[in-house]
Ligand binder design. Structure first.
Ligand code: NI
Length: 469
């Protein structure tokens, strides 16, 4: 910053946008001053109260269940940790194991001798970037109870090197970046000084959009009176802050947006008459993820069908797998854009969450999703349906909780009955491992595995369905 240039605060272009709205152009035009463009300070961060911007788009990583590391407790206190084994990035694999292990130890001992904030700890991961041997992986610690904080950190690696999100920012630029972000947050929250950034955590989850903007996830980098989940700062033209590693990751994540028009996927018509056949509908939530292709392999091999309730932001990372689902006659469903608890949102926000996901499905397949499953199964009578029926479940395998193929199988088979809708998640390797056995056992018992719309033809768009019998 030149010594006599205007204070950055005065030039900050601040926009507060909700998910579904345009993120706006953070570039500004500097029109508030008459200074020549060359002496204007660089534009400041834009603070977003949305979850991650849609254009933080990772390349998909498909894994077989054997490539994932899973560590679960036996008995209380319960925890389940997952991270990927990445053959091309052994140092990153090791770094992920160490982060997950540190969260586990912190959970077990309790921070400062206090009891754990949540009775169970679940750590899962999602790809952030995959370009050649360069990988970025976000570890997410989700509490099992509301009120406990979600923690997220993104770690990068390439071969024998691995580095943290903080390493993407040049050491000499960290304070100026934090100051600019901090001022933007204070401005956004209209409570100057009520919140402050904790530098050690503020740069723990840094990534880039497809247009090269830097995104700093601030969910847990702030101390303040209100929960700030989903808060992030978006910094356009971030080159001045970046280290060599930062420039490398930014180059890998920046790419032209694929605007190719979608040819609608031909969908095979299935007309199982479930008033005669013994039908059951397996359903998979929260994907698509690294194990979705293994799950589709198992279904297709057994000539079985299932339904997938997908998160919109995850679809944008892997539209190809959604096309594959549609072409294979699977049920393609809506699990909102960003998986919020919709009862905490305004009706407009709920509608936005549903329709934004539907648009992602339509962009990938040429078809709209057939139904919505509200995250956590949480909704009220006044929750908008956005024109789609709600599909819940009546058999819960608790696969997300047990992460154990044997227990998942037991729960699926003991709950099975004609007309059942069975809840599973295609983001867990244990579920992918269990599935071939579950399908074989059900087929042996005479079940036809169908999609939910085969099980419940002619659903009412304002209705909510748990089973067909
Ligand atoms: Ni879910």
């Amino acid at each position: 910053m030149a010594p006599f240039s205007p204070r950055p605060l005065l030039a900050l272009a601040l926009v507060v946008a909700l998910a579904g709205c345009s993120a706006g152009s953070p570039r500004g035009d500097g029109s508030s001053t008459a200074s020549p463009a060359a002496t204007l300070p660089a534009p400041g961060p834009v603070v977003l109260t949305s979850s991650r911007p849609a254009d933080v788009v990772p390349a998909p990583i498909h894994l077989s269940p054997a490539d994932a590391h899973v560590e679960t407790s036996r008995g209380a206190p319960r925890y389940a940790l997952q991270w990927p084994t990445l053959a091309q990035a052994p140092a990153l694999t090791k770094a992920l194991a160490s982060r997950a292990g540190a969260w586990r130890d912190e959970f077990l001992t309790g921070a400062g001798g206090k009891r754990p904030a949540a009775p169970e700890l679940h750590v899962r991961w999602e790809p952030v970037v995959h370009a050649g041997s360069l990988h970025g992986v976000r570890l997410v610690s989700r509490p099992s109870t509301s009120g406990a904080a979600t923690r997220e950190t993104t770690v990068y690696g390439d071969g024998d090197a691995s580095w943290s999100s903080e390493d993407l920012v040049a050491e000499k630029s960290r304070q100026s970046l934090l100051k600019a972000v901090s001022q933007a947050v204070a401005h956004e929250s209209h409570e100057n000084g009520a919140e402050s950034l904790t530098p050690s955590r503020a740069l723990s989850d840094v990534s880039f959009t497809s247009t090269g903007d830097m995104v700093v996830n601030l969910s847990h980098g702030l101390t303040g009176p209100a929960p700030r989940s989903g808060l992030s700062a978006r910094i356009s033209d971030p080159q001045r802050y970046l280290s060599a590693r930062g420039r490398q990751v930014r180059a890998a994540m920046t790419r032209p947006v694929d605007a190719a028009p979608t040819t609608p996927v031909p969908r095979p018509a299935h007309t199982t008459d479930c008033t005669r056949a013994k039908c059951i509908a397996l359903t998979f939530d929260d994907g698509p993820g690294p194990f979705t292709s293994a799950i589709l392999d198992a279904l297709e091999k057994a000539k079985a069908r299932a339904s997938f309730f997908m998160i919109g932001s995850a679809i944008t990372t892997d539209p190809g797998i959604v096309r594959r689902m549609a072409a294979a006659g699977m049920g393609v469903g809506n699990h909102t854009w960003s998986h919020p608890q919709v009862t905490a949102l305004t009706p407009d926000q709920v509608t936005g969450e549903i329709t934004r996901q539907s648009s992602a499905v339509a962009a990938a397949t040429g078809h709209e999703p057939f139904a919505v499953r509200p995250p956590y199964g949480a909704f009220t009578r006044s929750t908008p349906h956005a024109g789609l029926p709600f599909v819940l479940w009546d058999v819960d395998t608790e696969d997300w909780k047990n992460l154990d193929p044997t227990r998942t199988t037991q729960r699926a088979l003991s709950g099975a009955h004609p007309g059942a809708i069975v809840l599973m998640h295609d983001i867990h390797p244990s579920t992918a491992k269990a599935l071939p056995g579950i399908i074989a056992a059900l087929q042996k018992q005479g079940y036809t595995l169908v999609t939910v719309d085969e099980l419940l033809p002619g659903m009412d768009p304002s209705g909510s369905y748990y089973s067909a019998g």
